[in-house]
Ligand binder design. Structure first.
Ligand code: ASP
Length: 426
């Protein structure tokens, strides 16, 4: 494959800063020739998101099929799976415990002056409750059922990630079991699709600064930093948890278990992290995550193709942390002192529900309502912090993506890969 030049992503950082300044200053009413900037950025941002999402199905399926057909030949599939799930669960649990530590330490809910009964019934909250009343109790079962789709074409066309991953795993594994000649033709074919989709991703990435600008400006036009005032302590608690996990917890794992330099990994993942931040969607970021993990961090296609797409669907460390802090915050606001066992239940529920959280904006809110109901708290409680959800979504999605990439590096290192993060890519 043609060698790719790694450009410095300063353009994207500048785009984020300009977008925050412009979005906060312009608000959602400023217009040009009668058309609001909000509407303009909404259209352009959606086009950029569509372009990213467009790549996901062919890229993920070809990546898994070509990666697994190699693993199937070599054996060790079970060993890889075991390591992968241990890292997913281990990192999510670590994230939740960090969140639990900060929410108990700062106790943001105890400073909440607004009586919880006045929690605003925003349209968003009403829609969520409506959605949940159809789904509740079935959410986890639905996730399980969607792993094995009855119609593979429907799963592909609806972008149902778990079904798509399952079929691709099965297909790739079966390729490794057929005769060498047809197997090598199929391997070459899917490897070709994979490399082509990576090239398509590179083309889309040329527009990254513009897409990022539109998406971030849009958020700051509608949300605005003023929303921070009402629930500033909650915001700070979540941010401290996310920062401690991303800049202390994961780097320690990279350094002592992976034996790699964490700073190199941050630099390698920079394009994916800024994309996750601006899109609030780990699924839409997936093509760029795969590109960064393979091309910049040097993880093999064999490991990346398995760990990253699966992690994007089920390993949501940042979301798990957020869910735990949010549930505890609501309990504190209602003056409910949660016992050790109830806190244990919150931790367990955050771990389980984060597996079912989709990689799309605001997906955690549904999981939080489920947790609140399970521990006997009023679901209206999410009205207390919904105003800052969008801003925190940008940050937790960045953490979700970084955590998946760390799992890929750790699994690759444990498999003896020697090219991982050996050189600077920034
Ligand atoms: N937006 C998050 C993601 O895509 C999910 C969430 O926590 O809402 O990873």
């Amino acid at each position: 494959m043609q060698k790719k030049k790694h450009r410095r992503p300063w353009g994207v950082f500048i785009a984020i800063v300009l977008a925050i300044i412009f979005g906060s200053w312009a608000g959602d009413q400023a217009s040009l020739f009668g058309v609001t900037f909000y509407a303009i950025f909404d259209v352009l941002g959606t086009i950029f998101l569509n372009a990213l999402t467009l790549v996901v199905v062919p890229l993920v399926s070809s990546s898994i099929i070509s990666g697994i057909s190699k693993i199937g030949n070599e054996g060790g599939f079970g060993r890889l799976g075991g390591k992968m799930f241990s890292f997913y669960i281990g990192t999510s649990l670590l994230a939740i415990l960090i969140g639990l530590f900060f929410v108990n330490l700062i106790a943001p809910g105890t400073y909440q002056t607004a009586p919880p009964t006045t929690a605003i019934e925003t349209q968003e909250l009403i829609d969520l409750k409506e959605k949940l009343s159809h789904q509740e109790g079935q959410a986890f079962v639905q996730v399980l059922i969607s792993i094995i789709p009855s119609n593979v074409l429907a799963a592909f066309s609806h972008g149902e990630m778990l079904g798509l991953i399952f079929f691709s795993l099965l297909f790739g594994y079966s390729i490794s079991k057929i005769d060498t000649h047809p197997a090598s033709i199929l391997q070459g074919f899917f490897q070709g699709i994979f490399q082509t989709m990576i090239q398509v991703t590179h083309i889309i990435m040329k527009f990254l600064p513009y897409g990022v600008f539109c998406l971030v400006a849009k958020v700051f036009m509608s949300t605005g930093v003023s929303s921070l005032r009402s629930v500033g302590l909650f915001f700070i608690t979540v941010m401290l948890g996310l920062i401690a996990f991303m800049f202390v917890g994961l780097p320690l794992l990279l350094k002592f278990i992976g034996k790699v330099q964490p700073i190199r990994h941050f630099k390698a993942m920079a394009p994916a992290l800024v994309t996750a931040f601006s899109t609030s969607s780990s699924s839409a970021t997936l093509p760029i995550t795969i590109d960064c993990v393979e091309k910049r961090a040097g993880v093999s296609n064999r490991i990346c193709s398995l760990v990253v797409p699966l992690g994007t669907s089920i390993n949501m460390s940042g979301s798990a942390l957020y869910e735990c802090v949010a549930a505890m915050f609501v309990a504190q606001s209602y003056g409910i002192d949660l016992s050790f066992w109830t806190q244990f239940l919150v931790v367990t529920m955050a771990l389980i529900t984060s597996i079912g959280v989709a990689g799309i904006p605001s997906a955690s809110l549904v999981a939080i309502i489920v947790i609140l109901r399970v521990v006997g708290l009023p679901p209206e409680g999410i009205g207390l912090f919904i105003a800052v959800d969008r801003l925190l979504d940008m940050c937790r999605t960045t953490v979700n993506v970084f955590s998946d990439s760390c799992c890929a590096v750790l699994v690759a290192k444990s498999e003896g890969e020697s090219d991982v993060l050996v050189k600077e890519t920034f």
